[in-house]
Design a protein around this ligand. Structure first.
Ligand code: ADE
Length: 227
C-alpha cells in the first residue's frame, strides 16, 4: 500500500521511518511518504494557519493550504482515502485498521493548533480518526499510531508471517486480547512459567492460550463496565 502523511513536522517521523516493520514493509514494495504543508502553501512566508473567525484563542489550519498540498501531491487525478486525525473522529481499533490496510492508498492529514478549518472535514477528508478521547498537541503522534498499526499488518512487515495474525484483537483470536508470553529462564526469583508451556503438547498449549485470552477479555469487559 501507499501511505502518505501530510504534516507541518515531517522531521517528527524520522525515527518512525527507521522502525523494522516500516523498513520491511517498504522493502516489500509499500511506500511511506511525507508531505510538508509549508512547502506547498500558496501563502507568503510559509503561512499555513490563521486566527479563527468569530474570535477565540489559537490558530486554525487553513483549508486553502491543505487543498494546495493535496492538489500538488495528486493533481486532478483520483485521491487516496483521506483520513484526518482528530480527537473527535472514529475511534481507532483493529477492525478500522483492517479496513484501512485493505486500501491501496491512504493519506493521513495531521493538524496542529486548534485544528483544521471545518471545510477540510467537510470537503477534503473521507474519514476522521481518533486514537482516544483526549486532546494531543497535534496529529503527528496519532498519525504515527495509525501508520504503525497499518504497516505491521502488511505482509512481510514483521519478518514472520504469523506474528500479526495472532495478535491481540485479531480475527484469529476472535477479537480478544492476546494471551501472555513467557521465555527463558523457566524460573526466576521463584516466579515460574505455566507448566503447560513447557510440555511440548501443542494442542494443550493452544487450548491454554485461548482460555487465557478469554480470561483477559472478561477482565477488560469488567474494567470497561466500571468506567
Ligand atoms: N489530534 C489531537 N488529538 C488527537 C487524538 N486524540 N486523536 C487523533 N488526532 C488528534
Amino acid at each position: 500500500m501507499k501511505l502518505d502523511i501530510f504534516t507541518l513536522f515531517p522531521e517528527a517521523f524520522e525515527w518512525f521511518g527507521t522502525q523494522r516493520s516500516v523498513t520491511n514493509a517498504v522493502a516489500e514494495g509499500n511506500e511511506l511518504r511525507l508531505f510538508d504543508y509549508r512547502r506547498t502553501t500558496p501563502l507568503k512566508a510559509g503561512q499555513v494557519d490563521d486566527s479563527p473567525y468569530g474570535g477565540g484563542a489559537g490558530m486554525v489550519l487553513r483549508v486553502d493550504v491543505v487543498d494546495a498540498a493535496l492538489r500538488i501531491a495528486y493533481g486532478e487525478g483520483p485521491r487516496p482515502r483521506t483520513v484526518l486525525l482528530s480527537p473527535s473522529g472514529r475511534l481507532l481499533d483493529d477492525p478500522l485498521a483492517d479496513e484501512l490496510v485493505a486500501e491501496p492508498h491512504v493519506a493521513l492529514l495531521c493538524g496542529r493548533y486548534e485544528g483544521f478549518d471545518d471545510r477540510v472535514h467537510q470537503h477534503l477528508a473521507d474519514d476522521e480518526v481518533s486514537i482516544g478521547r483526549y486532546v494531543l498537541a497535534g496529529g503527528e503522534l496519532p498519525a504515527m499510531v495509525v501508520a504503525d498499526v497499518l504497516m505491521r499488518k502488511l505482509p512481510g512487515a514483521l519478518g514472520h508471517e504469523d506474528s500479526a495474525a495472532e495478535e491481540s484483537y485479531s480475527q484469529l483470536l476472535e477479537g480478544m486480547p492476546e494471551y501472555p508470553h513467557f521465555t527463558r529462564p523457566p524460573e526466576y526469583r521463584g516466579w515460574t512459567v505455566p507448566e503447560v508451556l513447557l510440555s511440548g503438547d501443542h494442542g494443550k498449549v493452544r487450548e491454554w492460550r485461548l482460555e487465557q485470552s478469554r480470561i483477559r477479555a472478561r477482565e477488560h469487559e469488567e474494567l470497561d463496565e466500571r468506567q
